[in-house]
Design a protein around this ligand. Sequence first.
Ligand SMILES: [Zn+2]
Length: 342
Amino acid sequence: MDPMRLFSFLLVISWSVNIIDASLGDADPNYRRCISQCQETGCIGPKCFPPCTFSSDGELVGRPWYTQEPLYLQWKKWDCQSDCRYHCMLDREKEKELLNIGPVKYHGKWPFKRIYGMQEPASVAFSALNLAMHFHGWVSFFILLYYKLPLKDGKKAYYEYAGLWHFYALLSLNSWFWSAVFHSRDVDLTEKLDYSSAVVLLGYSLILSILRSFNVRDEATRVMVSAPLIAFVVTHAMYLNFYKLDYGWNMIICVAMAVTQLTIWAVWAGFSHHPSRWKLWLVVIAGGLAMLLEIYDFPPYEGLLDAHALWHATTIPLTYIWWSFIRDDAKFRTTKFLNKAK
Ligand SMILES: [Zn+2]
């Protein structure tokens, strides 16, 4: 992709993200009325929950600031607020359905049906399956390296990128774990953990793609190549966590890192004559197409399956192919090394 096209692509993404931020649903006066009534009385029609007014007993007034809002109260506030938002949204969507009006977003999210208290059950399930797939891939990579392929001095793998892939596996497991948590319960903390883990994983994968495709085996060069990227990713993660969680900006950074990484793998696959290069191409093309799901966002089918969940679903088979490429690469490099040594 040439720079101009990449730029316009990123512009379209940031534009669509801005639209997502200003949700139509929570601007609706009927919805707002329902929320304020629910937070005060704790009831929407016949359904009742604990109301959101806790400090009215006067017990907390006059205490130092750091004891005024204990964590459990914050949690209760989140609870009642999210219950009110959820049931007001369902009621509003039901009313609109009778008038044949399609769904709109509320607070940046489509109206999802909860299952066992999980906000986006399909995304939770697919995140868990991604996690399982990475675990399976990592275990099979481990078995191949240490039990099937020959070892240097009987203990160390010949494959020079083994350590880098082990760390990649850990970051992937971490990222999918927080993705599952975030999609079950969206609060400030879980959101930041999910976003930061994804940013760190993407940044690390980019470094890995550069090290592998340029065949960087020397430790000092590896450090030199990764240092600026690590500094950049850490700065970006700190910006998101401590300054501003800017969705549009974060999306641009993440897509830019993902597109660069996919381009590096695709170009390398073309030049390197790697025996498993078709797997790389498959992951790059399918991964690129899957990214379109993130951009052409559509409302959830039956309140469950939306574009984002489908996007998480597509990465499950891709993860399988990806780890199979990594295993092939380990076999390929080990045989090459042993043949040279003969
Ligand atoms: Zn997600």
